[in-house]
Design a binder for this molecule. Structure first.
Ligand SMILES: *Cc1c(COP(=O)(O)O)cnc(C)c1O
Length: 480
């Protein structure tokens, strides 16, 4: 987009059409739009086939800059972006950052778990923390990030924000309901700006408390509250990068590539949609769900209908509402914000909505979907271990199982996103295949590190009091 002096400034608009258009930095700091919608770019940037072909053989951080700069425009200087990308991806323990491994005939695993907390959320969070820190430092502003986590997001946020000068991070997790590895990845950080709270309750209780804070204007303002959950637009942008690196390694853009994605909140797979919109030739995006299959049901029936959440061995996909799906709906309805508002009103009132035939056809043109139950997940972990010698985690196994059932053009490579390291879910993997996957060597002392955590009841005002004490933004505000 052109602005005065030829500056590139991409405007972002809300899927519900009743919030002001914002630039990249404002969208990143805001999270949710004020009208309850999600921000998307007003127009899609476009990468040519020549540009994409030129990604072949380049370092991951270089490709990241080449893709992401189309979204950040002048909001982030290119040299700064390059520095941040280099630093973010230097935290990964594999030189390729996101390597491909062969799983079977023309089927590959895209290993997104070589970051500090062994799950794909590191890919986006490591960059997001640096982008936010830099933007806030320029404004001499502090913020407090509060995260509710069912396991992976909290660890990724702690690792990413622990060196931040501008941001304090507080993580709420449900006491006794996450794995030891997941808990220790949050509670063993030594940084003074990191605070972890074991809530006496469920993940939904944690999420309700955080939502309550965002809906409490005086508190929100006092601690300068920010969100980094999967609806954060900068996270989506960072996730588009590995679709490019994987596809190019397998012959794109000459060749079309299919992806199967273990899906919960629809952030990761929506990033694949964005990659397609901006020019990557994608054959198909396969939504893989566990028995919490709202999206698989929607694609087969055209009706999005909430049901109760069932706990599974792939907890990061145990969701009821797939928040980022709203972004896809916006395009499926030709960017008619009124139509999206009507769907969301229907969801709030009657826990369901039905898609028009046209919107459903739009989605089905690129997406397929399937679900895997717990038996299939265990059988998949067992089979992959036997046939390839590698361990896969339960989230990845959901996608391998679903991809295996897809009818396919054998000449189109299928890339399964491997979203977590098997050692992050040792009980489930051992129960499935009889062997316990070991932690990587650099984490082998995790169980000896001292933990720092406070236990609090599921009570919003008690948690708010703790957050306000931990928040430098609140302390400085009180002095001013
Ligand atoms: C968060 C997560 C997912 C789901 O990703 P969404 O973007 O919410 O769809 C899948 N697998 C793992 C291991 C995760 O941590």
């Amino acid at each position: 987009m052109a602005r005065a002096q030829g500056r590139r400034w991409l405007r972002h608009i809300s899927t519900r059409g009743e919030a002001p258009a914002l630039g990249f930095t404002e969208v990143m700091l805001a999270g949710l739009a004020r009208d309850g919608g999600l921000y998307v770019p007003e127009t899609w940037p476009r990468l040519t086939h020549e540009t994409i072909a030129g990604f072949a053989g380049r370092a991951y951080a270089d490709v990241a800059v080449e893709v992401i700069r189309h979204f950040t425009g002048d909001a982030v200087g290119e040299a700064d972006l390059a520095t941040m990308a280099r630093e973010a991806y230097a935290t990964f323990r594999h030189p390729a950052v996101a390597p491909l491994a062969e799983l079977g005939v023309n089927t590959f695993a895209l290993e997104l778990f070589h970051g500090p907390t062994l799950a794909f959320k590191d890919v986006a969070m490591q960059l997001l923390a640096r982008l936010m820190d830099r933007a806030l430092a320029a404004r001499r502003e502090r913020r407090t990030v509060v995260v509710a986590t069912s396991g992976d997001t909290g660890g990724a946020a702690v690792e990413a924000f622990r060196d931040s000068s501008q941001i304090d991070v507080v993580v709420l997790f449900p006491h006794g309901r996450i794995s030891d590895v997941q808990r220790r990845m949050m509670t063993t950080a030594k940084a003074a700006n990191v605070h972890t709270i074991a809530i006496d309750g469920t993940f939904d209780d944690c999420q309700a408390i955080v939502k309550g804070m965002f809906n409490h204007p005086a508190f929100r303002e006092r601690v300068r509250l920010s969100g980094v959950n999967s609806i954060n637009w900068a996270r989506i942008v960072a996730q588009t990068v590995y679709y490019f690196t994987a596809a190019v390694a397998l012959g794109a853009p000459r060749r079309r590539i299919a992806f199967a994605v273990p899906t919960g909140n629809f952030g990761d797979i929506y990033a694949g949609y964005v990659a397609e919109r901006i020019g990557l030739p994608i054959d198909r995006l396969v939504i893989a769900t566990n028995v919490n299959d709202i999206l698989a049901r929607t694609l087969s029936t055209g009706t999005y209908e909430l049901r109760d959440v069932v706990a599974t061995s792939s907890p990061s996909m145990d969701i009821q509402v797939s928040s980022n799906f709203e972004r896809l709906l916006f395009d499926a309805y030709d960017r008619d914000a009124g139509a999206v508002r009507a769907l969301m009103d229907s969801l709030a009132q009657s826990r369901r909505f039905s898609l028009t035939a046209r919107a459903l056809a739009f989605i089905r043109a690129l997406f397929a979907a399937g679900r895997a139950d717990e038996d299939e997940v265990a059988a998949t972990i067992r089979t992959v271990r036997r046939e390839t010698g590698t361990f896969v985690d339960p989230h990845t196994a959901v996608a391998i199982a679903v991809a295996g059932r897809e009818s396919r053009d054998p000449s189109v490579p299928m890339v399964v996103l491997a979203t977590a390291h098997a050692a992050k879910f040792p009980q489930a993997v051992e129960a499935a295949c009889g062997e316990r996957p070991p932690l990587p060597g650099w984490l082998s002392d995790l169980h000896q590190r001292p933990e720092r955590v406070i236990a609090l009841p599921a009570d919003q005002s008690i948690v708010e009091r703790f957050v306000a004490q931990a928040s430098r933004a609140a302390q400085e505000g009180a002095l001013a």
